[in-house]
Design a protein around this ligand. Sequence first.
Ligand SMILES: NC(=O)c1ccc[n+]([C@@H]2O[C@H](COP(=O)([O-])OP(=O)(O)OC[C@H]3O[C@@H](n4cnc5c(N)ncnc54)[C@H](OP(=O)(O)O)[C@@H]3O)[C@@H](O)[C@H]2O)c1
Ligand SMILES: *[C@@H]1O[C@H](CO)[C@@H](O)[C@H](O)[C@H]1NC(C)=O
Length: 378
Amino acid sequence: MKKVISLILMGCGGVGRQLLQHIVSCRSLHAKQGIHLRVVGVCDSNSLLVASDVFTMELGDTSLLQVCRIKSDGSSLLTLGASGELQVFTNLESTKKIIDVATLLGKSTGLALVDCSASSETIALLTQAVDLGCCIVMANKKPLTSTMADYDKLISHPRHIRHESTVGAGLPVISSLNRILSSGDPVRRIIGSLSGTLGYVMSEVEDGKPISEVVRSAKSLGYTEPDPRDDLSGMDVARKGLILARLLGWRINLDDIRLIESLYPKEMAPGVMPVEEFLGTGLLLLDKDIKERVSKASLSGNVLRYVCVIEASRCEVGIQELTKDSPLGRLRGSDNVLEIYSRCYNGQPLVIQGAGAGNDTTAAGVLADIIDIQDLFP
Ligand SMILES: NC(=O)c1ccc[n+]([C@@H]2O[C@H](COP(=O)([O-])OP(=O)(O)OC[C@H]3O[C@@H](n4cnc5c(N)ncnc54)[C@H](OP(=O)(O)O)[C@@H]3O)[C@@H](O)[C@H]2O)c1
Ligand SMILES: *[C@@H]1O[C@H](CO)[C@@H](O)[C@H](O)[C@H]1NC(C)=O
C-alpha cells in the first residue's frame, strides 16, 4: 500500500522550481519508502495549473519539468496550455479554484498547500484552507509574521503545519526548538546570525575591507537580493526573529521587534535613493563609520555581528559586539549560526550552524517538511 501525499505548490521561483526538481528526482527513493507525492496544482502570481480531475489525476513529471523550464525562461505558466491532463486558470479565478480543490480534498484524500511564494497574498487562502482540513508547508515568512489573529489561525492545528525553511533555510532550527520546548525545557535566550548576506558582510569588514567593496562583491556573488538594501535593512532578520519569538509563545507583532539598526541611513532608503546611486556613491559614505566601529571592537578583542537576540522580554535586531571565541564570534562567511540557551543547554549553548540560504537547501527543507506530515494522509 502506497501513501499518497497530494499537494498544491504556490510560487515557482528559485525555491519552488527546485522543489519540483527534488520531487521528480526523489521518485524512486520515495517509492522505496512507500510514499508518492502527487502534485495536483502549481501556481505563480498570474496563473494556476490544476489536474483536470483532482481525485484521479496529477501533474506528471513531464509537466512538472516543463513548468520549471518555462518559468526559468521567464515565460508564463499559460504557455503550457490546457490539455486532457491539465486545466489552466488566470489570477482572478485561481484563489477560488484552490479553495474548491481544498474543499474537495482537504478532508478526503488530504491536501498540503506548499507556500514557496514571497507574498502576503497567500495568507487569506492559507487561513481558509486550515478550516478545510488542509496541511500547510511554508518557506514564505509573510503568513507567520502577519497579525496575531492570522498566526493563531495558521497554528490552530499544530500537527498540520510545517515551516522549517522560514528560518535558516534547510537548517533544523524550528524542529530543534520545538523539541526543546515540548520537553518543558525553557528557552532563556536565542542569539543568531540569520542572514547569509549580513554574516558575509560582517566577517569581511572584520578583515579590514571597506563595506562598500564587500556589499558590491556580495551582490556580484549572488548573495544579496537584487537591491542589497532589502538585506541590509534587517527587515528579513526581524521577520525571522518574530517567527522564533512567537514559537516561544510570545504574543508580539513585527512592530514590537526592536530593529536597532539598518546598515544604511534613512536618506539612502529605497524610494529616496535609486539603487544605482546607492551602489555607486551611497555605499562609500558608510565606509568610515563601520571601519571605526570594527577597530574599536577589535581593541577589546571583540568582533561585530549582525544578530537577532531574543531574551527576557525583548527581541532586538542589529549589530552587536561579541567575543571572538563564541560560536557567533568564530563565524566566517555566509553561514547562519544560532545559539540556543535553556536549562539543558545552560553554560554551553546548543549551536546550529550551516548554509542558511540557497534554493537547494531551502527546497530540501520544504520537501522534508512534506514528508514529515505523511501520517496525516490516508
Ligand atoms: N531563496 C532562498 O535562499 C530562501 C531561503 C529561505 C526562505 N526563502 C523564502 O522562500 C520563498 C521563495 O523564495 P524564492 O527565492 O523562490 O522567491 P522568488 O524567486 O521571488 O519566487 C517567488 C514566486 O512566488 C510567486 N508568487 C508571487 N505572488 C504569488 C501569489 N500571490 N500566489 C502564488 N505565487 C505567487 C512568484 O510568481 P511569478 O513567477 O509570477 O513572479 C514566484 O514564482 C520566499 O518567501 C523566501 O523568503 C528563500
Ligand atoms: C535561485 O534561483 C534563482 C532563479 O532560478 C536564481 O536566479 C538564483 O541565482 C538561485 N540562487 C542560488 C543561490 O543558486
